[in-house]
Design a protein around this ligand. Sequence first.
Ligand code: ZN
Length: 157
Amino acid sequence: MFRIGIGTDTHRLVEGRPLILGGVPVASDRGAEGHSDADALSHAITDAILGALCEGDLGVHFPDSDPQWKDADSLALLARVIWLAHERGLSVVNMDATISLESPKLKAYIPLMREKIADVLGVKLNCVSVKAKTGEGVDAVGQGLAVTAQVVVLLGK
Ligand SMILES: [Zn+2]
């Protein structure tokens, strides 16, 4: 039995905030605004897994009105959702992600992102794909106003 899920996430980029993607701090003059650590990649993965489980979304499980999730480590939230999948007898087969960010280039950070995510998902490195692209100077990403992530994940018994 297989279950597929999709997740997307966007955060506004502002000065004075860290930029964390897939649990990895990225050197940038702007960071992601949000209640938790605002890790768009980890949030999109979490939403994709919740989607595959037909369990609502991140906001249902970790509401931003709840102070316990303020500055929360999003990889720790992802670990909770993986636990939920394992409870159902499901585990991750593979996942594929695309991050959209105008700058900086993410190439140097992607190997560590994949390692951290694979560790939390409990899968081998070759089951975690992370790609990065720019917004080509258009839309909110292209103008450096936002970071977005899109993720597809496959779960299997
Ligand atoms: Zn988010």
